[in-house]
Design a protein around this ligand. Sequence first.
Ligand SMILES: Nc1nc2c(ncn2[C@@H]2O[C@H](COP(=O)(O)OP(=O)(O)OP(=O)(O)O)[C@@H](O)[C@H]2O)c(=O)[nH]1
Length: 350
Amino acid sequence: MSRTLDVSAERSAIAEAIISSAADLIQSGGELSVVAAFCETLCQASEHILLAWTWFGHPDSLLVFPQVYAGVAHNFAKDLKVVRTPLTEQGPAFSVLRGQQIKSFVIEADSPFPPWREAATVYGIVNSLAVPLSSPDGKEVGLFVVYTGTPHYFEDMDVGLFKALGKLFSSVMSSSAEVKTLKTTVFTDSLTGAMNRHAMPGIERRMERQSDNDPTSFVMLIDIDHFKHVNDTYGHAVGDVVLQKTAQLMRNTLRKDDDLIRWGGEEFVVCLAHTSREKAMIVAEKLRVAVEANREPLSVTISVGVAAVMPHRPLTESIMEADRAVYLAKHSGRNCIRNDLDTQQVPKQD
Ligand SMILES: Nc1nc2c(ncn2[C@@H]2O[C@H](COP(=O)(O)OP(=O)(O)OP(=O)(O)O)[C@@H](O)[C@H]2O)c(=O)[nH]1
């Protein structure tokens, strides 16, 4: 897999490709994705670079994953999720986000991080380097991660070149409206316009409670009743319109700061930060009534489960608790609301 590296030829090939593509991007008026084009250009310019990907988000994010990627090893990027753990904190992505010095990492078939074992054995990747990206106001951060199949590639090439590329990349992007679009696309469910699960780490931070003294927050799981029947009777396309309409009704009923997430098929999650139990139940009832009153394109109802966010408990556990409450609501005849206090009365379903 190892190819001979001619350092100066490699440097000028990359520099030339980047400069000409930057010119194209400016001329294109931002119609193409700046980020994707940049990664693509880099991977085409070098046979040593097997994959390049980028991520944008909050510096404290608990999850980093390739949002756009290019290169022959693109399938590796497709499923990669780097969750913040004591192990990954030491890896390239999170150490760069913490402001540590940029250095390359060796990827081996017996690496402690399972995705790296796959990278090494399936894609012949041996080294990776992560470079930080930032907006001029420092609020947004990003990562630009490059993988190679050539040992010592980043040492031989000099990390400075990739740092400089990161800077160029940051400034090209910071003036690009496409970054906004990209972020919206990444965190938005394309069918309903609600957020998708990728938005959860940011939401979880807002909902976090350090102790019982912190303000309470609640989550709701909402499941459209007999949705399979809607699809089976009226067709999948009508089912899709029902999903869109239901999401729209709920969005219009919620406050601006409440989060609506499409959790899966016909399930939605609503996150109510800094809300009392009483208010959360009122909101749930408002949602139920709004959906029940709607007739377009047809009548559906929802079952709602409400659960408290607990200090030091992952949000997903509260959502599971809300799911148990939905289960109870379904068994209580649907089109109703149950909460985590109700489920404590019945044996847990695993
Ligand atoms: N139209 C459409 N249907 C979807 C989508 N995602 C999931 N579904 C359908 O949602 C239905 C969910 O059905 P079930 O989980 O059996 O539940 P249900 O019929 O709503 O019944 P209860 O939840 O018990 O009231 C399935 O038929 C899925 O195919 C989607 O994006 N569009």
